[in-house]
Design a protein around this ligand. Structure first.
Ligand code: B1M
Length: 212
């Protein structure tokens, strides 16, 4: 019988067929879906995030691993839902108003899902008002803003301002994207900044109060 560590290794290596097979075998052997997610799949994506930070792997490998995890989650989600088990934290993510770049944003979204966050992806060209409405509707713990253009950085500032002004004290805001820096995050009052998808998971966990 396979072990949870075999599942972790399969996800980290981006082996989709093995990941699905091992998930099925673990389920058949009586391992709970929550254990499979938290002790099998999530550690696999954590390995991928660390490797990405160290430049040992690149975007394509990360996408392949995320796809393997997604396939396994398709099997597990109905079981988790019927047992009333939901991820503990909810994150909203989007690319800010005026900006259509979504490759980086999609990566962050996948990595957050890989870290067992419920992620609501608003897509691209998201207005400050849409972010705020979604944060309220979903009672979000985290709102992620991505921007790739220097010309759309001011939209980040507007979004941070409107969310802070709404007094959503339980909602933290993280920003990122190629032109973004920690100094800019500090300047506009964002709660966190990450330069890459691996770090984005660490910062997200810190922001929502989880041990990083
Ligand atoms: Co655009 N583009 N583009 N483009 N494009 C750039 C960004 C640019 C640097 C190219 C250049 O001139 N050298 C330049 C911006 C210059 C500037 O502002 N200083 C540029 C421009 C000018 C434009 C247009 C204006 C071009 C035109 O029409 N004249 C136009 C704008 C359209 C618009 O948005 N309104 C435009 C259009 C496009 C395409 C549609 C053709 C396409 C986007 C396709 C898509 O996303 N679906 C595109 C692309 C692909 C690029 C480049 C080549 C690649 C961007 C990318 O996906 N990188 C880019 C040049 C470059 O970067 N080499 C460029 C890979 C991705 C994984 O990295 O998104 O940085 P990145 O994400 C990283 C980190 O930044 C971080 O983690 C990710 C993983 O490590 N991160 C976060 C990202 N979001 C985060 C959020 C977080 C935390 C971390 O927390 C929430």
């Amino acid at each position: 019988m396979p072990q949870l560590t075999d599942l972790t290794a399969a996800v980290a290596a981006g082996k989709r067929i093995d990941t699905v097979r091992i998930t099925q075998e673990l389920l058949a052997a009586g391992t709970g879906p929550q254990d499979i997610v938290e002790r099998g799949l999530v550690p696999g994506m954590a390995i991928v995030g660390e490797q990405f930070k160290r430049n040992e792997i690149f975007v394509p490998e990360m996408l392949v691993a995320a796809r393997a995890m997604k396939e396994a989650l398709k099997l597990l989600e109905p079981l988790l839902a019927s047992a009333g088990i939901r991820p503990k934290y909810t994150a909203i993510i989007g690319t800010v108003q005026g900006d259509l770049h979504d490759i980086g944003k999609n990566l962050i979204s996948m990595m957050w899902r890989g870290a067992n966050f419920a992620v609501i992806d608003l897509g691209t060209n998201v207005s400050p008002e849409r972010y705020l409405a979604a944060a309220k509707e979903h009672n979000a713990n985290l709102v992620g803003l991505s921007a790739l253009l220097t010309t759309t950085m001011p939209a980040m500032k507007d979004t941070v301002r409107i969310i802070k002004a709404a007094g959503l004290t339980g909602t933290k805001i993280m920003i990122g994207g190629a032109p973004i820096t920690q100094a800019f995050a500090d300047e506009i009052g964002a709660d966190g900044y990450a330069a890459d998808a691996g770090t984005a998971v660490d910062i997200a966990k810190k922001l929502v109060g989880q041990a990083a």
